[in-house]
Design a protein around this ligand. Structure first.
Ligand code: SAM
Length: 301
């Protein structure tokens, strides 16, 4: 089997061990491929151009919150030649793999990692306030359990941003959609009570009886669920609206989206776009995933 990036055998063994409970699930081989460089390659093409549409990362302090095995962190570090990168996660095993990844890419002396405890309330994130210029939550919020802790996570990450700092949220399923494209591939799963979602997913072979469907990410977030807690602390600028014309793809990706995606993009941007902009709603608030959402703390006066 060849993978997108040639990491060594130890790396592969650790990635396989991380997913040992999911061997029977339909997406198992895709997960392995994702960790074996698939996400790094995809993020270079599909994530980074949209971040760079909002800000220059070359010499800034960056937090990759929920960095997991470090795919997003590598791409941030590559874009930030003189920057200082910090990756944090609650999962020590993922962070060990992340550190092997950084060594492989020659980035280990530029990235600091830290195991954190799950955030439940203000002050739980052991990082100083106003330390970072840019914080990424890529594919993270949907995995934060229990659901009620997500506001505290957002507020703690927001606290670590300097005035003018940006919070970038991406790859999180949009909870306004009743179709679970992220975890089970089944309709209604995001909207069902836990017990039913679990039962149906197990019965249809999309989840293991003993596994936790919530932390696998069956329930995402809405745009409003993300900004409301932050707005309680002060103004929040939605840069997608004010800086990049409220487009679903703020930057120019190095790939051509599918016809279906281009059609949906045209409907959202050209059809509904002007109304959404007037209402202060970014187009991604209605898409199937919250993607490339860039929120800024107003710069100091
Ligand atoms: C799908 S991975 C995303 C990893 C990385 N950001 C990327 O895009 O490749 C989700 C990560 O979120 C982490 N996570 C889940 N709950 C968390 C929490 N409460 N605090 C910090 N990280 C959390 C998980 O451990 C996992 O590594």
């Amino acid at each position: 089997m060849t993978y997108p990036i040639k990491y060594n055998d130890e790396f592969l063994a650790r990635v396989e061990a991380l997913h040992v409970g999911g061997r029977d699930l339909p997406d198992y081989s895709q997960w392995i491929k994702d960790h074996m460089g698939g996400r790094v390659v995809a993020f270079r093409e599909r994530l980074l151009p949209h971040i760079l549409a909002f800000t220059d990362l070359s010499d800034v302090d960056v937090l990759d919150f929920g960095c997991g095995t470090g795919s997003s962190t590598v791409v941030l570090a590559e874009a930030s030649a003189a920057g200082r990168i910090t990756g944090v996660d609650i999962d020590a095993v993922s962070l060990q793999i992340a550190n092997l990844r950084f060594t492989h890419h020659g980035l280990d002396n530029r990235i600091a990692t830290r195991v954190i405890k799950p955030i439940e309330k203000a002050g739980d994130l052991d990082l100083p306030s106003e330390q970072f210029d840019f914080a990424l939550l890529n594919g993270v919020l949907e995995h934060v359990v229990p659901f009620r802790n997500r506001s505290a996570v957002l507020l703690e990450v927001w606290r670590t941003l300097r005035p003018g700092g940006m919070l970038f949220v991406s790859e999180t399923p949009n909870l306004v959609w009743p179709y679970d494209r992220h975890t089970t591939g089944l309709p209604l799963i995001p909207w069902l009570p836990d017990r039913w979602a679990h039962r149906i997913s197990v019965a249809l072979g999309r989840h293991n009886e003993e596994g936790d469907l919530e932390s696998r990410g069956r329930r995402g977030m809405t745009f409003w669920g993300i900004v409301r807690p932050l707005r309680a602390t002060g103004p929040v600028e939605v840069l997608n609206i004010t800086h990049t014309g409220n487009r679903l793809f703020p930057g120019r990706p190095a790939f051509r989206p599918s016809t279906k995606r281009r059609f949906a993009t045209a409907v959202l941007e050209r059809g509904l776009g002007p109304i959404l902009t007037r209402l202060g709603i970014p187009a991604t608030a209605l898409g199937p995933f919250i993607e490339y959402l860039c929120l800024r703390k107003p710069p100091a006066a």
